[in-house]
Design a protein around this ligand. Structure first.
Ligand SMILES: [Zn+2]
Length: 283
């Protein structure tokens, strides 16, 4: 699997202010004249472009100093704000963004990561499991061992000693067990349907990793990231399919992608999902 470029390093402080422009896209300023439309612009407009992972909404705004390039920012809701030179038409802005979707998505991942609030492990806080968010219900118990029960509506943490660190430890160990079970089952299921894998034994390890979603060693050992348990089944399956293809092709060449396409025609969508949303799974 391609390395995760957005691995958070420890707790990231909550950032509630607008990020400074950190990315700019050069534009063909000289070829564009003032577009008549722009006079009618409001200061903000809700627009969208198509990206491999679906439509991406953005608003346009202007600043006196922005005269030659597009700048990208996040607003406080984590949405994309495009600061454009005044004389650029909406169409030109859209075309520029559309031609740079991978840069736009990379910017969003990095900027949102800075904006992610660290988890508090508090009662009622939403936590991810198999692609859905569920509230934590924390119950103090006097006897017995601390444990986690998933009810389908909530993640119930029964804990002997309350406090963020304890809840976190109990929850992480539950995620670890669920990952071992669910990722293991999905792995077996998919492996059985893969012609080059079904008749061989393929050892699997599930580990918490910071930099990859999965990998496959030259000896054919596959490792999957425990944090994938927070993603939906299609995304989990996609990482498994990717690693199973490495049993045949150890590189990311054309033949590799042909195999991957045969197992999962939606691999681009899933890869982009991990690029955009993956940083929250790593918390
Ligand atoms: Zn790979």
């Amino acid at each position: 699997m391609a390395p995760i470029t957005n691995a958070p390093n420890g707790d990231t402080p909550l950032l509630r202010v607008l990020l400074r422009p950190t990315e700019s896209i050069p534009g063909l300023v000289s070829r564009y004249t003032v577009h008549p439309e722009h006079k009618e612009w409001q200061s903000m407009q809700q627009l969208s472009i198509k990206t491999p992972s679906g439509p991406l909404e953005y608003t346009i705004t202007h600043r006196p100093r922005v005269t030659k390039r597009l700048h990208m920012e996040l607003d406080e809701n984590g949405s994309l704000v495009v600061v454009a030179p005044r004389h650029w038409s909406k169409r030109h802005i859209k075309a520029t963004l559309s031609q740079n979707t991978s840069r736009v998505e990379r910017f969003l991942v990095q900027a949102r990561e800075k904006q992610i609030a660290p988890l508090r492990y508090a009662d009622g806080e939403a936590h991810l499991y198999l692609g859905q968010r569920y509230p934590l219900t924390i119950v103090a118990i006097e006897d017995g061992r601390s444990k986690v029960a998933f009810t389908g509506q909530e993640i119930r943490v029964e804990i002997r000693k309350e406090g963020k660190a304890n809840v976190r430890t109990v929850l992480q160990s539950w995620y670890g067990k669920q990952a071992l079970k669910v990722l293991g089952e999905r792995f077996q299921l998919i492996k059985e349907s893969v012609p080059w894998a079904k008749d061989r034994s393929v050892p699997l390890k599930v580990r918490r990793m910071k930099r990859t979603w999965g990998n496959c060693s030259s000896k054919g050992l596959i490792k999957l990231n425990t944090h994938l348990i927070k993603a939906g089944i299609p995304v989990i399956d996609s990482v498994i399919a990717h690693e199973l293809c490495h049993l045949e092709q150890m590189n990311h060449g054309k033949k590799f992608y042909m195999l991957l396409e045969s197992l999962n025609p939606d691999w681009r969508r899933d890869r982009n999902h991990l690029r955009v949303e993956g940083s929250v799974y790593l918390l």
